[in-house]
Design a protein around this ligand. Structure first.
Ligand SMILES: [Zn+2]
Length: 121
């Protein structure tokens, strides 16, 4: 985390979201209003996917994302399909699996500029 002079971030635990009210982000402010102990907010699946895609670099397959995040192929595909602005299909690449009688093409994905903004924003 760098300390910049941009928007203030939430005072909640492990949170760097923008402040919504009383020094807290919207989610942590909701927790406060319900009288609950403030807890870390689970990271959305799409953010885990973007982070994994960034770490792998270039174009990535669902299998690579699944290996890296431990999230199932179906869950990753659903998250990708729900966020076409953040991660996009970059065409297909041949599967490198050995022992398969025929090579099969799978879709490869890459982070969009909007996705990069979300990663580093
Ligand atoms: Zn927060």
């Amino acid at each position: 985390m760098t300390t910049t002079t941009r928007t203030k971030t939430c005072a909640g635990p492990a949170c760097d979201r923008r402040v919504y009210s009383r020094g807290l982000c919207r989610t942590h402010d909701q927790q406060r209003r319900k009288g609950r102990t403030l807890t870390p907010i689970p990271i959305p699946t799409i953010d885990l996917i973007l982070d994994a895609a960034w770490c792998i670099g270039g174009t990535v397959t669902v299998a690579e994302l699944s290996d890296r995040t431990g999230i199932s192929h179906n869950t990753i595909l659903r998250a990708i399909q729900r966020n076409p602005d953040l991660i996009e299909c970059a065409g297909t690449i041949p599967v490198k699996h050995t022992g398969e009688p025929q090579s099969r093409d799978v879709s490869a994905w890459r982070i969009t500029p909007a996705g990069l903004d979300r990663l580093h924003g």
